[in-house]
Each structure stands twice: as structure tokens, then as C-alpha cells.
Design a protein around this ligand. Structure first.
Ligand code: NAP
Length: 209
């Protein structure tokens, strides 16, 4: 059985998740930030793509007193992760999932896991993580990774924190990037689970239909 998968992102009301130049900005408020850290502490692994590592340089650690240290998993086919990335520091385990011909085969403070050719084979990766006892995964983006998990229907919950702001811009990263569904028949329809106000924003939770 594959691990339980929760997708989580913070977006503006117009569905953008960063600035038009792809730079990170504070979209969540403090309360939502605490919710995400609690969610991280309840998961065995956190997955993000290499685009998010290069753009945002997150630590992907848990900033509460739970002591939880979910494994940080980076989807990085060519292993282009900068050696000074924050996810390669600290004492949480990091796995860099790579393809057939990565640019580097050794990383300090991280395990390299081969699973895929031109991009990471998500089903294979989930299988390998499951064998290591990973039961619950939080996927935190960015737009391309979110698209892949949605398109392949590899999720159980989908949480979107909508902040009361507009970012705009046709090139601005959105909640789901990738190629998009090309016709109405292929759209992914979700089941609305709950809506909750968090400060000046709302948390909308969806499930797979
Ligand atoms: N507001 C939020 O909640 C939030 C959260 C995170 C990120 N962001 C924003 O999102 C933006 C980054 O998004 P992004 O799309 O550029 O980067 P991304 O989704 O983090 O990473 C995408 C890259 O991951 C690699 N990858 C490998 N296997 C994959 C697979 N099966 N599916 C998808 N990707 C795979 C690909 O690069 P290779 O081909 O090199 O492997 C791909 O280009 C930034 O602007 C960041 O600030 C926002």
C-alpha cells in the first residue's frame, strides 16, 4: 500500500504561489505557518522539487517542540542541488531522488536514490519510501511537482491556504503548473472536505473524489 499523501500549498486569491519572478513571498500568516509545522511533525517525509530548493532554499524542518524529523525528499533528476542548500544541513535525513544519469553521484549529508529516467518515477519513489517505513507524506510543491501528484492522482488530501491578496501575472507560478488538462473530459474533480477561516485567510481542504 502506498503511503498516505497530503498536498499542501499557500496561494493568493488568484491562485499564485510566488512572485512573478518566481521569488518566494510570505503568503501564509503565523497561524497557518504553525498549522504547516504541526502537519510536518505528523508526517514521516516531506517532498519538494528541485525548483523549490533552488528558488526558496527551504530547510524543511519542524519548528515546534515535537522533536519530529521527517525525511526531506527532493525530486532532482540530474542532481543539480546546490551543495550549500539548507536541506543538506542540520540533522534531519535528506534523500535526493535522481534519474539514470545524475550530474553528481555523491552528496555530503544526503542519500542519493535512483528512481526514474527523464524524471522521477513517483510510484517507484513511493514504493521505495514505503519499504523504509514511510507511512505519511507531505508534498509541499512547487507548481510542477504539485501538477505531477495531481495528474497521477497520487494524493489523499489537498490543502490550500488562500491568503487575502492578489499577485497577478501570466508567468507567475500557480497552484498547479505543468501542461494542464487539455480538455474538459480529463479534468480532475475534487471533493470539497472543509473550509475554515484562519486569520485573514481560508484553509480549503479537498479529497480525491
Ligand atoms: N506557496 C507555496 O506553497 C509554495 C511552495 C513551494 C514552492 N513554491 C514556489 O514554486 C515555485 C517552484 O516551482 P517549480 O515548478 O519551478 O519547481 P518544483 O515543482 O519545486 O520542482 C520541479 C522540478 O522537479 C523535478 N522533477 C523531477 N521529477 C519530477 C516529477 N515526477 N514531477 C515534477 N517534477 C519533477 C524537475 O526538475 P528536473 O528535471 O531537473 O528533475 C522539475 O522541473 C517557486 O516560485 C516557489 O517559490 C510555492
Amino acid at each position: 500500500m502506498r503511503p498516505r499523501i497530503i498536498l499542501n500549498c499557500a496561494a493568493s486569491v488568484d491562485g499564485k504561489i510566488a512572485l512573478p519572478n518566481r521569488k518566494q513571498l510570505a503568503i501564509s500568516n503565523n497561524e497557518d505557518f504553525e498549522r504547516v509545522h504541526k502537519l510536518r511533525s505528523e508526517c514521516d517525509a516531506i517532498i519538494v522539487g528541485i525548483g523549490t530548493i533552488i528558488e526558496d532554499n527551504p530547510s524543511l524542518t519542524v519548528r515546534n517542540n515535537s522533536g519530529a524529523k521527517p525525511i526531506r525528499v527532493i525530486l532532482d533528476t540530474h542532481c543539480r542541488i546546490p551543495p550549500n542548500s539548507n536541506v543538506l544541513q542540520g540533522n534531519s535525513k535528506t534523500i535526493v531522488a535522481v534519474g539514470e544519469n545524475p550530474d553528481q553521484t555523491n552528496l555530503e549529508n544526503a542519500e542519493i536514490l535512483r528512481c526514474g529516467k527523464e524524471k522521477i518515477n513517483l510510484t517507484k519513489l513511493l514504493e521505495l519510501l514505503s519499504k523504509r517505513g514511510v507511512k505519511k507524506i507531505l508534498v509541499e510543491g512547487g507548481e510542477t511537482v504539485m501538477w505531477s501528484f495531481l495528474k497521477e492522482e497520487l494524493f489523499d488530501e489537498y490543502n490550500i491556504f488562500l491568503s487575502s491578496m492578489i499577485i497577478g501575472g501570466t508567468e507567475t507560478p500557480t497552484i498547479a503548473g505543468g501542461k494542464g488538462f487539455q480538455d474538459e473530459k480529463s479534468l480532475l474533480n475534487l471533493k470539497l472536505d472543509s473550509v475554515k477561516q484562519i486569520g485573514n485567510g481560508i484553509l480549503v481542504k479537498y479529497r480525491k473524489k
